[in-house]
Every structure is written in structure tokens, then in C-alpha cells.
Ligand binder design. Structure first.
Ligand code: SAH
Length: 255
């Protein structure tokens, strides 16, 4: 049997956001290592490093030693071209809901081009809407509808297992269909969009409502290529310049 390239697994990152219990971080590291995943990223963990994390990791403490700790989810996803949020609850923030095998196939396809991520939420509150808005899709583990919330590390195990099985089954993957923008490029675009919409007086910074969340969902539905982000930012700059020129024409004395 010819296996897929081992580098694919190395490009798949497990991101745990705001984890409360250090034991879960250790158990997640163990779940990952048993399935050949090694890139653990922790966003603002409550307690880390910690002896409980080490104990639960057992022979996977090397993943904890190498784990990257980030202050924000945006930082953890800055260089990724695909981030999938893992959540039991369907939210209206992310349009696409995938099963674990579908998610694994997507991740392995995109991992050929660069780093990709699975994002897990806090034990009590799950993923916030803001965290989900940084993801391009949602993965749900179909569980008992009367009790569907798995332990965090158990959810990491399910997704890691599915990813390994998909990796074992396929010797090759189709190439990604677009040259996708990274998390950082996409966030810079959203920042530019928000500034431009405020300057154009379409967005009222005093009461922005859910406009930006809705626009994020719109763009997440299409997935943005690098070139498309550049075109959109060019349009925004042109609109900003036209607005500035119009303001100047109305008030010629103001510098
Ligand atoms: N009360 C939280 C549950 C958090 S469990 C909530 O309702 O969101 C901790 C994490 O494990 C979740 O944020 C999610 O990433 C993952 N998880 C648990 N059960 C899941 C399921 N059935 N499907 C997908 N992810 C799940």
C-alpha cells in the first residue's frame, strides 16, 4: 500500500481555544500522537504548562513541550489556508457543516499547499461566534441528540482518527482548487472592509450590529483566493479615494 505523503499530517494543526482543564490538553496531545498528528496550538489556555497535562499526555509529552501558545485565535490561524471549527452546535455564523470524514478529506487536500487547522472550543462554552467567524467551515460529530457533547480530548480523538484513516486510505489527493488566502490575509481584508465601510458611512461604528459577522459569513461561503482578496482590497481603496475626493470637492478649504 502506498501511503499519502507524511508531510500532509505535519501540516494539520490542532488548535484548542481557552481550555480550562490542563488534563484535557494532555489527553488531547495523547489522542493526536496515537494518530500521527503533532502540531498542537493552545490559544489562551487557563493553566499551562501543568503536571496534570503531563500526566494525561503519558508518552506524548513531547507534543506539549513543542506546543505553541498564542494569545488569540487569529494569531494561531494567521498562516493557515483552511480552518474548520469543531462544534456540536449548529451556528448561523458558518455556512458549511461537514462530517468528520468530509472534514478530513478537505484538510488533507488543502494540507498539500500549507498549514490547515481544526479548532476546538472551551469545555463549558464551546466555540464563541467570534471564534467560529475565523473558520471557513464547521465539523459536527453526529452523536446522541439527547447528549451530544463529547469530552474535549475525545472529540480531538475522533477527528484525529478520521484524519488518519483518510490519510491511510488514499495514496494521493486532488490539488487544492484555489490558491487560498491565509488567515492573516483574510483578516487584513476584513479590517480594510470595516474601515472602508465606516468611511463610506455604510457602517456606523457606534452601532455596527452584526454587519461584519454577516459579511464574514458571505465570504467564508465562497472561500477567498489570494488574487480575489487583492482585487477586493483594490476596490475598497478606490472607493475610499473617491469618497475622500468627494469630501474635498465639497469642502475645498479643508486640508
Ligand atoms: N458545552 C459546549 C461543549 C463543549 S465540549 C458546547 O455546547 O459547545 C468541548 C469541545 O469539544 C467543543 O467546543 C467541540 O470543539 C468539541 N465537541 C464536543 N462534542 C462535539 C460534537 N458532538 N461535535 C463536534 N465537536 C464536539
Amino acid at each position: 500500500m502506498t501511503l499519502s505523503d507524511p508531510k500532509l499530517l505535519a501540516n494539520i494543526r490542532i488548535v484548542l481555544t481557552r481550555t480550562s482543564h490542563p488534563g484535557n490538553i494532555g489527553a488531547a496531545a495523547r489522542a493526536m500522537k496515537t494518530m500521527g498528528l503533532a502540531q498542537l496550538v493552545l490559544v489562551d489556555p487557563a493553566i499551562f504548562p501543568n503536571s496534570q497535562a503531563d500526566a494525561m499526555a503519558s508518552g506524548a509529552t513531547d507534543l506539549l513541550t513543542r506546543a505553541r501558545v498564542c494569545a488569540t485565535l487569529a494569531e494561531a490561524l494567521a498562516d493557515t489556508t483552511l480552518a474548520l471549527g469543531v462544534s456540536a452546535r449548529r451556528r448561523d455564523i458558518v455556512a458549511e457543516v461537514l462530517t468528520p470524514p468530509e472534514a478530513s478529506a478537505r484538510l488533507l487536500t488543502e494540507a498539500q499547499a500549507g498549514p490547515v487547522a481544526l479548532v476546538f472550543g472551551n469545555e463549558t462554552s464551546g466555540l464563541s461566534n467570534e471564534e467560529l467567524s475565523l473558520c471557513q467551515g464547521l465539523v459536527t460529530i453526529a452523536a446522541n441528540p439527547d447528549y451530544s457533547s463529547l469530552n474535549l480530548a475525545a472529540a480531538v480523538q475522533v477527528l484525529s482518527y478520521e484524519t488518519r484513516q483518510a490519510w491511510l486510505r488514499h495514496a494521493s489527493w486532488p490539488q487544492p482548487d484555489i490558491d487560498a488566502a491565509t488567515g492573516d490575509e483574510t483578516e487584513k481584508f476584513y479590517g480594510h472592509l470595516e474601515t472602508a465601510l465606516a468611511e463610506l458611512e455604510f457602517l456606523n461604528r457606534g452601532s455596527p450590529g452584526k454587519l461584519m459577522l454577516k459579511l464574514r459569513r458571505l465570504f467564508a461561503r465562497t472561500r477567498l483566493a489570494k488574487e480575489e482578496v487583492n482585487i477586493l482590497r483594490g476596490i475598497l481603496t478606490a472607493a475610499q479615494e473617491a469618497k475622500q475626493a468627494a469630501v474635498k470637492a465639497r469642502n475645498p478649504d479643508v486640508q
